[in-house]
Design a protein around this ligand. Structure first.
Ligand code: B12
Length: 136
């Protein structure tokens, strides 16, 4: 009989542990801005959600599912993973030297270009993601 509370605690721990260890279920809001620096199209602002330590690609896929006005495509590069090819039906083009640049704005307003793509980048809290159509 004395074993009951111990067994009960162990059972509760086992139920809670997978979520605790993986952080599953913890989603944080993430702002995404779409900017076309080659036209005077207005900035488009979206909000999506990213998993705890989750990748940007997952947050963008979640945005497609939740917002009919946002879409994107990517190609798979053997070495570097997903390459962001188009956003909202606007695609980068090698001949025209255009591409979608990945930028991150931190809480203090500073904008940087991550040194990895959408498949590797892990957004932090209070960051804003900027997808900027530009030239190289
Ligand atoms: C030129 C170049 C570009 C050009 C490619 C133009 C073109 N079509 O030729 C442009 C300016 C478009 C570019 C963009 C980016 N790049 Co770049 N790029 C390079 C660079 C300097 C040379 C690539 C090359 O020509 N290799 C020779 C050819 C023969 O090999 P290749 O395999 O066919 O090359 C292709 C891939 O490298 C691909 N590519 C280029 N950059 C990236 C980035 C990602 C994430 C992917 C999946 C593919 C990819 O484009 C090349 C041509 O098709 C490399 C660094 C290096 N010295 O290798 C960085 C490099 C590959 N790029 C890198 C990064 C991070 C980016 C960006 C994510 C930067 C950003 N913050 O926006 C973006 C991609 C955004 C997106 N749309 O997904 C990183 C990738 C590291 C990683 N593990 O993810 C590298 C290694 C530089 C670094 N910071 O260390 N890039």
């Amino acid at each position: 009989m004395a074993m009951m509370p111990v067994l009960l605690s162990a059972a509760i721990l086992l139920l809670l542990l997978p979520g605790t260890l993986t952080g599953s279920g913890t989603l944080s809001p993430l702002d995404v801005v779409v900017e076309n620096s080659l036209t005077d199209a207005p900035l488009l602002n979206y909000t999506t959600h990213v998993a705890y330590r989750g990748i940007l690609l997952g947050a963008l896929k979640r945005l497609v599912d939740s917002n009919a006005s946002f879409n994107f495509t990517y190609t798979e590069n053997l070495n570097y993973g997903p390459y962001l090819e188009s956003v909202n039906d606007v695609a980068g083009n090698d001949e025209e030297h255009t591409y979608w640049q990945l930028l991150v704005q931190s809480a203090d307003g500073k904008i940087t270009a991550p040194d990895v793509g959408i498949g590797c980048y892990i957004p932090s809290a209070n960051e804003k993601i900027i997808l900027k159509f530009t030239k190289w």
